[in-house]
Design a protein around this ligand. Structure first.
Ligand code: PLP
Length: 241
C-alpha cells in the first residue's frame, strides 16, 4: 500500500535529503563563525540501525561516507548496497571475534583502543585491499566511559599502531561525555586536539580529528574537528534495536 502511506519510502527519502542539506548548511555556518574552511570538515553519515533504503537516499543526495557500529548489521547493509561506491567507517565497540569481518569489509576503523585489536586488524586485513585507515579512540572524559584509551596510555598505543604495516594511523577520535554545556563540550574537544598536536610529526600527520555528533557539532567545529559523525541529524531518531 506504498502509495497510500503518508510517510512512505519516497517521503522519507525526501526528508533525509532535506536534513542532509540542513546539516551541511550548519557546518558551513559554523566553519565561517570559527574561521574554518568547510572543505576541511568531512561529514560521516551514521547509518547504524537504519535500513539500506535510507543509506541509498543519502547516497543519492551526494553522501559518500557512512558510519556503522554493529558488524553483522553493517555487513548485511553493505551487501544490499554493493552497487554503490561508498566508504564505510566502523565506529562501534570492537570485539575480538568480529575483527576479521571488520578488517575485510571496512575502509576505516575509528574505535581502535587496544594493542591486541590493532594486531588482529593488521593481520586480518586482506592482501588485495589497501592498508586499513584507523583512528585511535581516546577517552577524554575520564571515568564517564570505559571505551577509548586513556590520554596517558595514548603515546604507547600510537607507537605500536604505526609499526603495523597493514594499518594506516590517520588521527584520533573521541565521544566525550554527553552534556548540554557548550563550554564543557569545547574543553573535551580541545583536549583531543591538543593530544593530536603533541603527537604530530612530519611522518605522522594525524590530520583527522573525528569529533562532533548531532548534539555537539558546533563545539567540535570550533575546536578543529575534521570529521563529524552525524546520525540523528540526518536520519531522524533511531529505532530501538
Ligand atoms: C551513534 C553514533 C554517532 C551519531 O550520533 P547522533 O547523536 O545520532 O548524531 C556518532 N558517533 C558514534 C561513535 C556513534 O556511535
Amino acid at each position: 500500500m506504498r502509495f497510500l502511506t503518508p510517510d512512505g519510502p519516497d517521503a522519507r527519502a525526501v526528508r533525509i535529503r532535506r536534513r542532509l542539506e540542513a546539516v551541511r548548511a550548519d557546518i558551513r555556518v559554523w566553519c565561517r563563525r570559527y574561521g574554518r574552511d568547510p572543505a576541511e570538515v568531512r561529514l560521516l553519515a551514521v547509518s547504524k540501525t537504519f535500513p539500506p533504503a535510507d543509506v541509498r537516499a543519502a547516497a543519492e543526495a551526494g553522501q559518500r561516507c557512512f558510519g556503522e557500529s554493529y558488524a553483522d548489521e553493517a555487513l548485511e547493509k553493505q551487501a544490499a548496497l554493493a552497487g554503490l561506491r561508498l566508504e564505510w567507517h566502523f565506529i562501534g565497540p570492537l570485539q575480538s571475534n568480529k575483527t576479521r569481518r571488520i578488517s575485510a569489509c571496512f575502509d576505516w576503523v575509528q574505535s581502535l583502543d587496544r594493542e591486541k585489536l590493532a594486531h588482529r586488524l593488521d593481520a586480518q586485513r586482506p592482501e588485495d585491499r589497501p592498508p586499513l585507515n584507523v583512528l585511535i579512540q581516546v577517552n577524554v572524559s575520564g571515568e564517564a566511559t570505559k571505551r577509548g584509551v586513556s590520554p596517558e596510555a595514548l603515546p604507547a598505543l600510537v607507537e605500536q599502531v604505526v609499526a603495523l604495516p597493514r594499518l594506516r594511523l590517520r588521527g584520533l577520535m573521541a565521544i566525550p561525555r554527553r552534556t548540554g554545556d557548550f563550554g564543557e563540550q569545547r574543553r573535551a574537544f580541545a583536549r583531543l586536539r591538543e593530544l593530536a598536536e603533541a603527537l604530530r610529526s612530519e611522518d605522522l600527520p594525524l590530520e583527522i580529528l573525528s569529533m562532533g555528533m548531532s548534539g555537539d557539532l558546533e563545539a567540535a567545529i570550533a575546536e578543529g574537528s575534521t570529521l563529524v559523525r552525524v546520525g540523528t541529524g540526518i536520519f531522524g531518531p533511531r529505532p530501538a534495536r
